[in-house]
Structures are given as C-alpha cells and as structure tokens.
Design a protein around this ligand. Structure first.
Ligand code: PLP
Length: 457
C-alpha cells in the first residue's frame, strides 16, 4: 500500500486554513459542472470539491485547505482518515469483504452488535439489525415496532427528519420540499408539535418556561391527538429525535422525554429514538438520550457508526426481536468492512476520550459562539449540546423572524474564508467538527466564521 502512494499523497495535510485560490477554483468548477451533467439533482449546498483529508482538514482539488466543521454531516466523528480505523479496515480488506450476513455467519458482525449493545443506553439485553443508512434504520425500527405491538399507527414530530424513503418520509416534517409530489406516504403517522424552546406554535419562551412548554406538548398529544382522532391503543409508538437535527438543532427541555415516556407507558407505546445525527459522542455523551435520562425501547443509528463506511443499525430491547424469520432482511447490512469499521470507531472513541472532548470543546465552542452573538445583533440564538452546536440568524431578535437569506450568504462567505459549514432548519448554521477537534482549531473556525459574517453584510 505504502509503495502505491505517490509523493503528493504522502504529503501531510496542513493543519490550518489556507485559501490559495478563491473557491471554487478552476478544477473545482470543472467537477461541479460534470457533477450536474452526470448526477441526479439532489441537495448539494457548497461547491467544495475534496481531494484528500485528515483530521479536521480537507484539501480541495485546487490546493486550498479548509477546516471542516460539517464532518460529512456528523459522520466523521473521529475525523477524516483516522489512522487506527484506517488500518483496521485496510487489514480486513485483505481477508474478507462481504459474506451476506443475512444468510451466513462471521464474527465481525457479532462483535459490532455486542459493542453497540454495550455503549447504548439501557441496562437490558439488546439485539441489533444492521442496515446501510439512517433512513433504512428507521424503516427497520418502524417494522420492529409494528411486528411487536401489532399496532399500525405512530406519532412523529413537526420539525423532525428521519429520511426520504416512503416510510421514513412519512415521519419527516422539516421542509415541505421533501414531500413535494411524493404523497401519499406510509399511512398512520400523526404529527404533533416538538417542544422547540425558541419557536413553537404556542408562543411560549421555552428557555424561560421549559415546564410550561413540555406540559403544552404533552397535553396536545393526550388531550387533542389521542382524545379526538388517534386511538392511543392503536399507536405502536413515537419516532423522535432527541435533538432535532435537520429541523435546526433544536434541544427540547430536559424533562421532555421523561414526560413523553410516562405518557407512552400508560398506553404500552414504544419510544423509538432516532439518534442517527446525535449519536456516537456528538452531544458530549455517547448518545443524546442519556442527557434526558431515558433508555429508548428502540434506537435508529447510522452516520458516525462506522466513520464513513456506509452502515446503520436498529438496536432494540431483546424482547422486541422479530417473532419469526423473514420478516425483515437486507443484503449489505452488517457488511464485514462496515462491522470492522464500527468496532474500530468505538474503540478509538474510548481510547481517545472523544466523548469527553466533545463535552469540553463543545463548551468552548458554545462560549465562542456566544461572543459572536454579543458582536452581531442578528444572531438570535446559540444552542446545542457538546459538539452539536448551531447559531440562528434572525431579522429581529424580538420577533425571532428567520433571516434565511443572510444565513445562506454566511454559509457561502465562510466557505470562501476556508470554513466548511452546513445550514439547518429555517435560519441556522450548524457547527459539527470532528469530536477530536482541538481548542485551537475551534478558534480558527470562529475566526473564519467571523470573517464570513463580515463578508456577507
Ligand atoms: C436524524 C436523522 N435521521 C435519519 C437520517 C437519514 O439518514 P441517511 O441519510 O443516512 O439515510 C438523517 C440524515 O440526515 C438524520 O439526521
């Protein structure tokens, strides 16, 4: 392998932002054009064209070095090309790639399932179904819940995002464009408000009155949804993100999930927690559910689970296992390389105290973002847990009217200043660096964001 690397590939990637040519440079432009010719229209948001990456830094095809605060949408929690995860996958590549874990056996898949059972919340026995993405994990979670409860209805939350296949899309409620021309989806999904402290349909300031907000949402479900049109005994469960990701990095009040669980328990309904974006240390705990003191019955996982080798998982209480073979399966789930990457990711996270670093650096990032909020009066809100942070841009801090266009401009001008960011929700930008980011790298990111903000005005 070593001998195959040419000098360019051996060269270390710089550990600081360096913009040599205003991005997108000529080579990047060429690839962006080819992309639009050969690939279907999807969701591309920035013309950054990567060629190599290491840790928190990405080199583009024109030789620019960017600081990556998008981390492949919270996939690269241990950073790009982590040496230990790379060498685990490299050595597996020479032994066995794929063996159809649907029908046959191999140790690596069992090891990955065991490792996931150990780090996920809940001291009960668990079982795993491996998938290839977050969407597919939610599909499996829905089927596990249906098969166990023999019930067909579910409750989802406005602002939630769970994927784009027709089952997962039935729960997704973060942007109308996701649904345009695609109705009807899976029937039996009712949406209720999420306790968004910053903007909610009740007009409650949830930072000042968190209990009132939680009570209103629980009342809404119990006194309106369940009393007027959704028979609670027909509801299999709730599919919910602990912190809404695509909906804008919305952290609900800390007692919300305990109250939701109390309600669900009254009717033997399950809590399915979608930790696709919040999982694997992102929020300063291994899983965000831990912040809220609940152990979900079923969890949907993906993204950071295998550091970028495509993988997802549904993990549930063992007693929720499918009652007979053949009810659910797939070809690639728990693929050998993905399973090895999953175990190597978890080991690296533990060895390098990545979860603790997410908590520590998350506090630093939050503090630095609050400084920007003092400086710029159009930053209405800074929110998040651990290294899952967001800034929300508003036209007026009193009305909290979203400043979507300004947000979009800042995302772009920050990119021109060497910082890769992703927007979320109506008017927020998320900051999700790899969990092993250093304080110095966060400070570099804040400087680039400050330059980006000033350039956007
Ligand atoms: C919370 C959540 N669930 C599900 C998904 C879908 O995951 P995937 O894109 O891997 O299918 C996402 C993707 O952003 C997500 O954030």
């Amino acid at each position: 392998m070593e001998s195959m690397l040419n000098n360019n590939e051996k060269r270390e990637i710089k550990k600081k932002i360096e913009i040599k040519v205003l991005p997108p440079g000529p080579r990047a432009k060429e690839i962006v054009e080819l992309d639009s010719k050969y690939l279907m229209t999807s969701t591309k948001s920035l013309p950054v064209v990567a060629s190599r990456a290491e840790g928190c830094f990405v080199e583009d095809v024109d030789g620019n070095t960017f600081l990556d605060f998008a981390a492949g949408i919270s996939v690269l929690n241990m950073g790009h090309v982590h040496p230990k995860i790379t060498s685990a996958v490299e050595s597996q590549l020479r032994k066995l790639w794929h063996f159809a874990g649907t029908d046959f056996y191999y140790r690596e898949q069992v090891d990955a399932a065991k490792a996931l059972g150990e780090i996920t919340p809940g001291k009960f026995e668990k079982k795993v179904f491996f998938t290839n993405s977050g969407t597919e994990s939610n599909e499996a979670s829905i089927k596990v819940a249906k098969a166990h409860t023999k019930r067909q209805q579910f409750v989802g939350f406005i602002g939630g995002f769970h994927g784009r296949s027709q089952g997962a899309l039935a729960f997704t409620a973060s942007r109308p464009v996701h649904h345009k021309g695609f109705f009807p989806h899976m029937v039996g999904v009712e949406h209720v408000p999420f306790p968004n402290p910053y903007r909610n349909p009740f007009g409650i300031d949830g930072y000042e009155n968190p209990d009132e907000l939680v009570n209103r949402v629980i009342d809404y479900i119990e006194k309106w949804t369940f009393k007027t049109y959704v028979p609670p005994e027909n509801v299999a469960g709730f599919l919910v993100e602990p912190i809404q990701g695509e909906g804008g990095y919305i952290v609900p009040p800390m007692n919300f999930f305990k109250e939701l669980k109390k309600l669900a328990d009254q009717y033997d309904q399950l809590i399915i927690m979608d930790e696709v974006q919040t999982g694997f240390g992102r929020t300063g705990k291994f899983f965000a559910s831990e912040h809220f003191g609940i152990a979900p019955d079923i969890m949907s996982l993906a993204k950071a689970i295998a550091s970028g080798i495509p993988m997802g998982a549904t993990i549930a209480r063992s007693d929720l296992d499918f009652p007979e073979p053949g009810l659910h399966s797939n070809t690639y789930g728990g693929n050998v390389l993905a399973s090895v990457a999953c175990v190597a990711t978890i080991n690296a996270m533990k060895e390098e105290n990545a979860v603790k670093n997410s908590e520590t650096q998350g506090k630093h990032l939050n503090k630095r973002l609050h400084e920007l909020q003092e400086e710029f009066d159009f930053i209405g809100d800074v929110r998040g847990l651990g290294l899952m942070q967001a800034v929300d841009f508003v036209k007026d801090t009193k009305t909290r009217e979203p400043a979507t266009k300004l947000r979009d401009r800042i995302e772009y001008t920050s990119f021109e200043n060497g910082l890769i960011l992703l927007s979320t929700g109506l008017s927020a930008i998320r900051l999700i660096p790899p969990l092993n980011v250093t304080e110095g790298e966060i400070d570099q990111g804040i400087e680039a964001l400050r330059k980006g903000i000033k350039a956007a005005l």
